[in-house]
Ligand binder design. Structure first.
Ligand code: PEP
Ligand code: MG
Length: 765
């Protein structure tokens, strides 16, 4: 074990900011000096230990296979260098790498994750501070200091070590310590065709050549002598960036709704004072403007990527986008629409993307988007949906697997990506794209044909919607209305709970866009798998059976009242249909109805125009309600079956658990019996019955629904024409007779029999 020499130059500086500046200046000299990279790293660790008065300073570098190798140390056994290796996630060092965030402990040895390695001679050290070495958003290693004594590390020390880690990142990334090829997985294997699984964030199929979105600029200089000059450069770059974003907003301008709102939020981020102040502070600590911007973003990454809240995690991508933009302005290479050198048909591959970055690319040539991260309700997904670009997200490691201009197929229908696909796969997908285009052309004629079965029964096909950008589909398809407007979706993409005025604006726009077609507004259905960023984490053991939907509304009546108020006001003089989700007993409906009546009275008191008519309905999702139909039906105007939840509660089978996928079938005798009962009871009571779960979007399942007796279904827009086409080929009387023989059968599912029925009669399902 070597203890750092105490005879080096002057001791650690008293003022921490001065100390950090001095340390950075030293490191700059070492980095610029001659000698092998290993020697420079040795000197760097020695200098850090000295300047931070630490007993140990160690640097671990990431090697292929996600292994962290001890590359340099002062204070631990030199014999351990290049021998001690940890997996990502193993021990404290592995933990820092796994979560890309610092760990500071007064006594590391008592921590449960401490992994003792006898060869390092770590026994006498207690105080422990380690930070990730980050570059391009990836962890390249870990830098740690240790103290013999137990001690707390203050924020300034953590920040200083993080700043130093950026300098070390340059040395690691230069490829002298570890051959950069080792880290980029560029071996022959990678050139073979492969398929990656992700999750679908927008449907559709896109075929094109890969364009890798790597906005990361190489920061050549980390340390600056003149903070004032750097602050001035930052000021100019921020001004330049703001006016460029304004231009972009004008360019995408005329778009309304969430899309425009998202871009406004983005603009707000770019002017965020806290963010800019933190960059200024980092400059004052001795970094160049570029390094300071990057440094603040490394912090954001570490902080936000750990957030349990999906909204906050998504904001990270907006911040990445803005950071890259600012770096480009600092480098004097402001972004303009990326177009000139792109292939005619391309698929964009990125770790993640902000909404503005997506808009930088030429939309006419963009065929698909693949993201290593991404979430269905992230801003970029919403914008991509508005532009009708297929998106596969959560596609791990795609950036390492794809080379620029590789051919790619994005299968947004099944959440998969084909890399360098073989010719037969390419042909199959090309055929499917062509078939889809042909179908779209054929469907253009289907739009104006009536939704009537072959034997003359008219069917109402409604759409499920949740965002304003879903509404144009209403007219493009000729659907009968919106059978389910999920009000929680606009709540989920916002930063804070929308007030009455904001909700009123949204609901009014929905009704305006529907142009007189009926819209069923479902009150807030959050909880379970749908969390709101600004709602407390409840940590429920079983959220699907927990505090969700109408239960929240009844326990927080002010929230429900405000939502109903906004709906009533939006519908002034027009028809309003309100539906309550997850009702489990009639008493809950009665309580919700009372809240609605209070709001109706308030509306009249305040002289607002009342809706021209008001219909009240419930979602049929909880089986207990099936046993109260006689009390329920006289109280409601309509009912819509939520088959997604009904299947989950009927079969005690978690809808979000992949192990339960397809374990029980919607076309089981039990489910069909439930539907049959509802058809009979609602029919007798004169209550309109519909079904708005995913079931209605699958032609074979939709066929069964009509066979059981439903005459209204509500489905997602992409399924509209497939279902309409199916029903126009269907003889309902024949199917109904066929089904009558199946209700009592003991099959797991009648799906195979229904498939044969359809095939034998040429019904397209
Ligand atoms: C359902 O449960 O079928 C339904 C339509 O509601 P959600 O999917 O929004 O829970
Ligand atoms: Mg539901």
């Amino acid at each position: 074990m070597t203890i750092p020499s105490s005879t080096m130059e002057p001791g650690p500086a008293k003022d921490p900011a001065v100390g950090a500046r001095r340390l950075l200046a030293r490191l700059r000299d070492i980095m610029a000096g001659s000698g092998a990279a290993q020697d420079r790293l040795d000197k760097i660790t020695k200098t850090i230990a000295h300047e931070m008065a630490a007993d140990v300073c160690s640097c671990y570098v990431m090697r292929a296979g996600e292994v962290l190798e001890l590359f340099a140390t002062i204070g631990l056994n030199q014999d351990a260098v290049h021998k001690t290796r940890m997996r990502v996630g193993e021990g404290l060092i592995g933990d820092v790498a796994a979560h890309a965030r610092p760990i500071a402990l007064a006594n590391a040895q008592s921590h449960p994750n401490f992994a003792y390695r006898p060869e390092t001679g770590e026994d006498p050290f207690h105080g422990f501070l380690a930070v990730p070495i980050l570059r391009g958003g990836r962890v390249r290693g870990v830098l740690a200091i240790q103290h013999a004594a137990r001690r707390d590390y203050d924020e300034q020390e953590v920040e200083t070590l993080q700043t130093i880690a950026m300098v070390v990142a340059e040395l690691v990334a230069a490829g002298e310590l570890v051959d950069s090829r080792e880290l980029s997985v560029a071996n022959d294997l990678v050139l073979l065709p492969s398929r990656l699984e992700g999750s679908s964030m927008n449907r559709g199929i896109g075929i094109g050549l890969a364009v890798l979105h790597r906005p990361q600029l190489t920061i050549r200089q980390m340390v600056a002598d003149d903070p004032e000059a750097e602050l001035a450069r930052l000021r100019d770059a921020v001004d330049g960036m703001h006016s460029a974003i304004d231009q972009l907003l004008i360019a995408v301008g005329q778009v309304e709704g969430e899309h425009a709102e998202i871009m406004q939020t983005y603009r707000m981020f770019a002017s965020d004072r806290g963010w800019l102040n933190r960059i200024r502070e980092a400059i004052r600590s001795g970094l160049t403007a570029e390094a300071a911007v990057q440094r603040v973003q490394n912090d954001n990454r570490a902080r936000l990527s750990q957030a349990s809240d999906p909204y906050l995690r998504d904001r990270l991508h907006d911040l990445d986008d803005i950071t890259n933009r600012l770096l480009q302005h600092l480098a004097g290479k402001p972004v303009t629409a990326v177009g000139g050198t792109l292939p005619d048909e391309f698929v964009l591959v990125a770790r993640n993307l902000g909404p503005a970055e997506l808009l930088d690319y030429d939309r006419r040539r963009l065929r698909g988007l693949v993201l290593e991260e991404g979430a269905a309700y992230s801003h970029v997904s919403i914008v991509a949906r508005a532009l009708d670009i297929p998106v596969v997200g959560q596609c791990a490691d795609v950036l390492n697997r794809v080379e620029p201009l590789d051919s790619l197929i994005v299968d947004g229908d099944h959440g998969q990506v084909f890399i360098r696909p073989s010719e037969d796969i390419q042909e199959a997908f090309t055929r499917s794209v062509q078939a889809r285009q042909r179908r779209i052309a054929e469907y253009a004629t289907l739009r104006d044909l009536p939704a009537v079965t072959r034997d003359g029964t008219p069917i109402k096909i409604m759409l499920n919607a949740g965002l304003l950008i879903d509404l144009p589909h209403l007219h493009a398809t000729g659907a009968d209305g919106v059978g389910l407007y999920r009000t929680e979706i606009p709540f989920m993409v916002r930063a804070s709970y929308p007030d009455v005025a904001t909700q009123l604006e949204t609901y009014s726009k929905v009704l305006d866009e529907a142009k007189g077609k009926p819209v069923v507004f479902r009150t807030l259905d959050v909880g379970g798998d749908k969390t709101l960023p600004y709602f407390p984490e409840l940590g429920e053991e079983n959220p699907a059976l927990g505090w969700r939907a109408i239960r929240i509304g009844l326990d927080r009546p002010a929230m429900l009242r405000k939502q109903l108020r906004a709906m009533l006001m939006a519908a002034g003089g027009r028809e309003l249909r309100v539906m309550f989700p997850m009702v489990a007993e009639v008493a809950e409906l009665d309580r919700a109805r009372k809240v609605l009546d209070l709001e109706l009275a308030r509306l009249a008191r305040q002289g607002h125009k009342a809706p021209a008519s008001l219909q009240v309905g419930v979602m049929m999702e909880v089986p207990s309600l099936l046993f109260q139909l006689d009390a329920l039906l006289p109280r409601i105007d309509f009912m819509s079956v939520g088959s997604n939840d009904m299947l989950q509660y009927l079969f005690a089978s978690d809808r979000g658990n992949p192990m339960m996928n397809n374990r029980y079938d919607l076309l089981s005798p039990a489910m069909l019996r439930v539907l049959k009962l509802l058809v009979e009871k609602c029919g007798a009571a004169g209550v309109n019955l519909s079904l708005c779960g995913e079931m209605a979007s699958r032609p074979l399942d939709a066929m069964a629904l009509l066979g059981v007796g439903l005459r209204t279904i509500s489905l997602s827009a992409p399924a509209f024409f497939d279902v309409k086409n199916m029903l126009r080929h269907l003889d309902l009387r024949e199917l109904s007779g066929f089904l009558d023989r199946l209700y009592d059968c003991a099959d797991h599912s009648v799906r195979p029999r229904l498939r044969d029925f359809a095939r034998d009669r040429g019904i397209p399902v």
